[in-house]
Design a protein around this ligand. Structure first.
Ligand SMILES: Cc1cc2nc3c(=O)[nH]c(=O)nc-3n(C[C@H](O)[C@H](O)[C@H](O)COP(=O)(O)OP(=O)(O)OC[C@H]3O[C@@H](n4cnc5c(N)ncnc54)[C@H](O)[C@@H]3O)c2cc1C
Length: 455
């Protein structure tokens, strides 16, 4: 065997597998294959000046490379079993929490010291939300911020590069089960190992699907979350964000009984675009450094859509909606809430005259031509519900960017060790469909590393 362990993907799942393995078993020979670039070479060409929209680079620097999809994220590590994935269903709630705290300690040691840990415990907002038919989920949130998150990743890389062999610009093409181990095919070369950890995240979802088909690994999928990113003056939500930083609030719509939730809250942050498999969607982040903060807060409002038989392609459904918005807006579209309610498109003039200044250049348009009625009705209902706990939320100048999609990878069938039907092949992080967050993906990496280390 060339290696004891090969890890595919250098996102949080892959990084924390490599970290834990190298700590527990320094005798093992470990390699990490990553489709994207090292951290210092990750640069999205969109500068808002010469390049305004996505040019579909070979590897998307936002989604790929050392640090994975989370590298330029807001670095919000939510320590909770209430959202962010269902890791606890495999390893138990207590173990999942322990691992998330363990990851938090490592982040603090590698540069995150001094960052704030927010908590919903004892918050008065729980009651205020309930009184208005809204539900605040329990969590502790470590907010590293985009800047400190980068420093932590840089320090982790400097620590790991002495212990682990990294291959960048190296997308793995195939995995073959042979000779009691695995052969990984990359750039027309073959590398063998005893154990293989697959942690390819959302950007690797199509590839993961192919691997599962080739290796007859059972999967299931049927969920997608679709919605918009809301941008408001930071003052409107400041009473919530000052105390909780991120509040995950869930609402059940009266019209259809669908669940709508707030997601990825970025106080004083900026709205950004994201490219998944060539489709441009919207996202957001914020900085810990006050000099880089803006006057706006942004967060997503997402409607969860579960499909039943015979329809299976929930990702395809969401991609079609996102493609429609790309077709009409040439990328991300923006609309004032007042324009949406009055049934008119936002124009460049109306956006220019808006009291809320957009932090991202997007095409003014009409989201009702893009989002299905049921989803749009749910979002509008939720905006009015939130207006009761944060007056101003339903103002005319509230900006809605579309579309935001939360793709869920199909869920791969694994056991309590996150090992699939092929012994020694582990599937973790967002690529497994089990996690959807930095803390759960990282925790899954530690979990499999400990399992392999104990063998
Ligand atoms: C803009 C943005 C902001 C976010 N903000 C937050 C946040 O604040 N808090 C939070 O909890 N979550 C956030 N997320 C989600 C979070 O980043 C992911 O949940 C997390 O990164 C998942 O980790 P992972 O290791 O499973 O996968 P990823 O981070 O996606 O890493 C997978 C890696 O595998 C590589 N890869 C894919 N296919 C192959 C292949 N065939 N061969 C080799 N390498 C391959 C990819 O290039 C990638 O680098 C955000 C995501 C984005 C895009």
């Amino acid at each position: 065997m060339n290696y004891d362990v090969i890890i595919i993907g250098a996102g949080p799942g892959g990084i924390f597998s490599a970290y834990e393995l190298s700590e527990k078993r320094p005798d093992l020979k470990i390699a990490v294959f990553e489709a994207g670039n090292p951290l210092h070479k990750r640069k999205c060409p969109i500068d808002g000046d010469k390049i305004k929209a996505c040019i579909n680079c070979k590897h998307c620097s936002i989604m790929s490379g050392f640090g994975g999809a989370g590298a330029f994220s807001d670095g919000k590590y939510n320590i909770t079993n209430d959202f962010g994935g269902t890791l606890y269903e495999y390893i138990g709630k207590k173990k999942a929490m322990e691992l998330m705290h363990y990851v938090d300690d490592i982040n603090l040691r590698f540069g995150g010291e001094g960052t704030k840990l927010y908590s919903t415990a004892g918050s008065k907002f729980k009651k205020i939300c309930m009184q208005n038919d809204l539900h605040l989920l329990d969590a502790s949130v470590r907010h590293l911020g985009t800047d400190i998150n980068y420093v932590v990743l840089q320090n982790l890389y400097n620590h790991l590069k002495e212990k682990v062999e990294f291959f960048f610009d190296s997308a793995v093409e195939h995995i073959k089960a042979e000779n009691g181990g695995y052969t990984v095919v990359c750039n027309n070369k073959e590398y063998t190992c005893k154990y293989c950890i697959v942690s390819v995240g959302r950007s690797g979802s199509k590839w993961m699907e192919k691997v599962c088909n080739e290796m007859a690994i059972p999967t299931q999928s049927n969920r997608v979350d679709i919605g918009v990113r809301v941008e408001i003056p930071a003052e409107i939500f400041s009473h919530l964000t000052d105390e909780l930083y991120e509040s995950k609030i869930v609402y059940r719509t009266q019209k259809y009984g669908d669940k709508v939730r707030t997601f990825c809250m970025n106080p004083k942050g900026e709205v950004v675009s994201e490219n998944t498999n060539g489709i441009v969607t919207v996202n957001g982040h914020s900085y810990e450094d006050p000099a880089k903060q803006t006057g706006n807060t942004n967060f997503a409002l997402l409607v969860a859509k579960h499909f039943s038989e015979p329809f299976k392609d929930s990702t395809g459904y969401a991609e079609s909606i996102a493609r429609l918005s790309n077709m009409l807006g040439g990328g991300v579209m923006v609309q004032r809430f007042g324009d949406l309610i009055r049934g008119q498109r936002s124009t460049p003039k109306r956006i220019e005259e808006s009291f809320t200044t957009p932090t991202m250049t997007a095409t003014p348009g009409d989201l009702s031509l893009v989002l299905p009625k049921r989803l749009l009705d749910g979002i509008i209902e939720m905006i009015y519900a939130l207006d009761k706990i944060a007056p101003g939320m339903a103002n005319d100048d509230t900006l809605l960017y579309g579309v935001e999609v939360k793709f869920y990878n199909m869920e791969v069938s694994v056991d309590e060790n996150l090992e699939c039907c092929h012994k020694g092949l582990y599937i973790i992080g967002d690529g497994s469909g089990i996690t959807h967050s930095l803390s759960h993906a990282s925790a899954s990496g530690v979990h499999v590393a400990r399992n392999i280390a104990s063998k």
